[in-house]
Write a protein that binds this ligand. Sequence first.
Ligand SMILES: [Zn+2]
Length: 238
Amino acid sequence: MSPMIEFTHCVSRRARQLKLSLKSDGTVVVTTPPLVPKFMVRKFVESHQDWISTHQAKLQAHHKKANPWQVAIFGQSYPVTIITSAHAATKVQVVNAQLQVTLRTPPTKANQTLTEATGQPFPTAAKTAIEAFLKRTAEKYLLPRTHQLAKTMHITYGRITLREQKSRWGSCSSQGNLNFNWRLVHHPPAVIDYVIVHELAHRREMNHSRAFWTIVKQYDPAYAEHQGWLKRRGLNLS
Ligand SMILES: [Zn+2]
């Protein structure tokens, strides 16, 4: 037998039926209309065990802090090496399958090589430099690639904006402007292409109808797999 699931029971006069939700800490909440017997509430929770564990796992993955010493670029993970220097300007580059950050520091902290193995805290300045690098890299890929795919699909668009949106990989406005999350740069090119194709397809169909998915499938036959990849990473696409 599976262990009893803990839950909080909320009674609401406005509730029409039994409703299950999770708080951000993973606590299960059941909202019911008044006078629903306790055994029915419990039965309801137990019948949704799979939903609860799937979503609790998702929340946990979301809260787990990313390791700053490993940076994924286009689906490949690169270990970070930080070299401190009193003279060189701060810069980020990929060298020998590593993400190398040259960090300008005061002379007292210069001439050090920091890696995950050396155990120092990750410098904030290095994080900022890496983010700027990732954003530039995202831009270098997304802009020409969108242009190319739009041409193939015979679709036009307005402006492209890159942002870090907490909840979205991309969006398309009714004016035809596209918006992409620069954090897409962490994912394999095929997954990024799916997001571009998805947003461009919205230029024809501003919905997720069958006609919409037919367009997406035409230009990305493996779209379901790519969509699954992003879904497992928690953000939505609209
Ligand atoms: Zn969409």
